[in-house]
Structure formats: C-alpha cells, structure tokens
Ligand binder design. Structure first.
Ligand SMILES: NC(=O)N[C@@H](O)C(=O)O
Ligand code: NI
Length: 162
C-alpha cells in the first residue's frame, strides 16, 4: 500500500493566504473610531461575493479533526465566497489549494491562530471546515441562491502533520 503524500501545516500569514482570500482579524490600526470613540471599526476586512444570490449568515457546529489528518476531498464554491469566523478560542486548520486547469493542485495546510477567521474567495479550492482537537462553532458567511455553488473533487489522500 503506497504511503500518502505528507505535508506540514504551517502558521498562516496574510501574504501566504492572499492567493486564496483574506484573514479576518483586527488590524494593527483601526480603520476608524466609532460610537463616540468607544469602538474601533476594522472596516471591510473582506468582501462577500454572492454571485447574484444572497449573502447568508450561519453557524457551523463542527466536530474536530486531529493532526495527522488525511485530507481526501477538496471543494470550491464557484459562485460565492465563504468566510469562517471561530466563535471560540481554539486554533484551527484551513486547507486550500491553487487551481490547476479546473482541478485542485497540491493541498496547502495553514494553522489559523485562535480567534482569527478566514474569507475564501469565490472559486478557491479548500478542504471542509476543520476545527482542531475540540468541537467548535464558527460563524459562516456565504452565498445562497440559484446555480450550482459546490464542486467537490476526491484527491489522493494527503496526510497533514503538525
Ligand atoms: N458544505 C458546507 O456548507 N461547508 C463547506 O462548504 C465547508 O467549506 O466547510
Ligand atoms: Ni466550503
């Protein structure tokens, strides 16, 4: 039995994630102060792409995975973006891949620090939500509407290690 390809999960940076979307966290400096100076507005961290549909807000209550984790499926949402913001305080895993002629390339695994979210732009290949080690709730902003907004591809399992 052939061994799986193995990749290491690496700490995410905005630059490394930029081809896939945006990191959702407070910036060094607030965009502006609001509410009589009591509140920092970290404005427009990302844009919701809704491809003619509606932008909806959901909560995903997900069972976790643990490393090493075998990723055997990648998906994408061609019509809309998908943002995940953890409601708890656990680091989590985001798996993405470049598009290579309409199919996903090799998966890339990012460790997302506690409290940080990500926005996946429309059409970006990704693994389904993967909290680490403990069940977790995420606020999810994505698209509902006409058209097929889910494309899934089974891949040769890739083992993601710490
Ligand atoms: N299926 C669903 O709504 N979730 C996936 O799109 C995901 O990326 O977790
Ligand atoms: Ni998805």
């Amino acid at each position: 039995m052939e061994d799986n390809m193995t990749i290491k999960a690496t700490p995410v940076t905005a630059e490394a994630f930029a081809p896939f979307g945006e990191l959702l966290a407070t910036r060094e400096k607030a965009s502006k102060m609001i509410n009589a100076g009591r509140c920092e507005r970290h404005h427009a961290l990302a844009t919701v792409e809704r491809g003619g549909g509606e932008a909806i807000i959901s909560i995903f209550r997900s069972e976790p995975v643990s490393l090493p984790y075998d990723c055997a499926l990648l998906e994408r949402h061609p019509l809309g973006s998908q943002a995940f913001v953890p409601l708890g305080s656990q680091p989590w895993l985001s798996v993405v891949a470049h598009d290579e002629g309409g199919k996903p390339g090799a998966p890339i695994a990012f460790l997302i620090p506690a409290g940080m979210g990500v926005n996946l732009r429309a059409g970006v290949w990704h693994g389904v939500l993967t909290p680490l080690d403990q069940p977790a709730d995420f606020l999810v902003v994505d698209r509902e509407g006409d058209g097929v907004n889910l494309e899934e591809v089974a891949i040769a399992p890739v083992t993601i290690t710490a």
